[in-house]
Design a binder for this molecule. Structure first.
Ligand code: SF4
Length: 369
């Protein structure tokens, strides 16, 4: 059997819950409801694109947007302040997802849409009011993202004629004769890479994240091997000539930054060739476990159940059964906004002093743009 390289995202899913990985290979997710956490992440990613201009070159001097100063940037971005952008991103969510009203992009007219539906998929929620907490997080994320852009300038953007500008991309590269696929989420001109994320990370978690090592290896390898990448990423050729195993594979002078959109803080970490064996070993072990399971036709790998509340398979199928039949029994299956509202009405007024445990546990769920 021939396998294409397993992506970092697949290994991450396998690590999180092996059973979720197998479900992802066998269940057509577009026909299932979407979890509220996934809808929130998808919404954020979708509206970030609306912030960027349609073209790389702007203004009478045709300046590259990636090189604009703070003042110039607010003039040329489609929103002129962080608060305006934060309000827009959460306002659209409230009107479309919560209120069921949206604007027809062709006619500009407001049309009714069922609340709690995104991309023709019903959105299901873990607890009552999750949609309002999502609106607040979206606003905070939008404000912080804009402020990061103002402080440091825009990251390297890819413009396409239909989808506008995007930040991240998946890249393929070879390391010692083996092909890998990695996500490089954001690159800044001048030898900096990183990601803008919803996930609240600690410095420790960032320092030990193997995906950071993989992304840095991909960046240094591709910049060393391909002039087109060097030009696009503004990498100095004299520096990149030392990469690719000439003096090193990963340059410890290239920082990886994590832009935490919920708290507006930046964490930074670095890697060197000393971190390669651990990352490669981890990828190899996950690939081997996946291949062995496929060989044994063992599609019922043990679930880890650590993330059932935010898992995309903790939703109901057409017959009303939970897609994952192995979820942790004490975590409830996600439900529609209508059902949760009706239940809330039946229960009557709440004790304001009683903490909402579900909210507390999942309000910092793992979402990334
Ligand atoms: S619901 Fe829980 S056990 Fe099932 S796939 Fe998701 S994380 Fe794994």
């Amino acid at each position: 059997m021939v396998f294409s390289p397993i992506t970092a995202a697949q290994v991450e899913r396998y690590d999180e819950c092996a059973f979720a990985y197998f479900l992802s290979q066998h269940v057509h997710s577009q026909s299932m409801p979407m979890s509220g956490f996934a809808a929130e992440g998808a919404w954020f990613g979708r509206y970030v694109h609306r912030l960027f201009p349609d073209d790389r070159f702007v203004g009478p001097d045709m300046k590259n947007v990636e090189t604009l100063s703070k003042e110039e940037l607010s003039k040329h971005l489609n929103y002129h302040s962080s608060v305006a952008f934060g309000n827009a991103i959460s306002g659209w969510w409230k009107s479309y997802i919560i209120g069921g009203k949206r604007v027809d992009e062709r006619t500009g007219r407001e049309i009714e849409a069922p609340p709690g539906v995104l991309r023709a998929r019903a959105v299901e929620w873990l607890y009552h009011g999750q949609w309002w907490h999502a609106a607040a997080r979206l606003k905070r994320g939008g404000v912080n993202l804009y402020e990061f852009f103002q402080e440091e300038g825009l990251p390297v953007l890819t413009f396409s004629s239909d989808g506008g500008a995007s930040i991240g991309r998946e890249v393929a590269f070879e390391h010692k004769g083996k092909k890998h696929l990695a996500w490089i989420r954001a690159i800044r001109r001048g030898h900096v890479i990183g990601e803008y994320g919803y996930r609240v990370k600690t410095q420790n978690a960032l320092d030990s994240d193997w995906k950071v090592t993989l992304a840095l290896l991909a960046y240094c390898t591709l910049a060393h091997e391909q002039e087109a990448y060097r030009i696009k990423w503004a990498v100095d050729a004299r520096v990149a000539n030392r990469w690719g195993g000439v003096s090193m594979y990963i340059d410890p002078d290239v920082p990886y930054r994590y832009y935490d959109l919920q708290h507006g803080v930046v964490l930074e970490t670095r890697r060197s060739d000393a971190d390669l064996p651990e990352m490669l070993g981890r990828l190899e072990a996950a690939e081997q476990a996946i291949i062995n399971s496929i060989d044994r036709r063992d599609f019922k790998a043990s679930p880890s159940r650590s993330n059932c509340g935010a898992c995309p398979y903790n939703v109901r199928d057409m017959s009303g059964r939970t897609v994952c039949d192995r979820k942790y029994p004490r975590v409830s299956t996600l439900r529609s906004m209508k059902e949760l509202k009706e239940e809330e009405k039946r229960k009557g007024p709440k004790d304001p002093n009683k903490p909402n445990r579900k909210r507390k546990k999942y309000m910092q769920a793992s979402l990334e743009i």
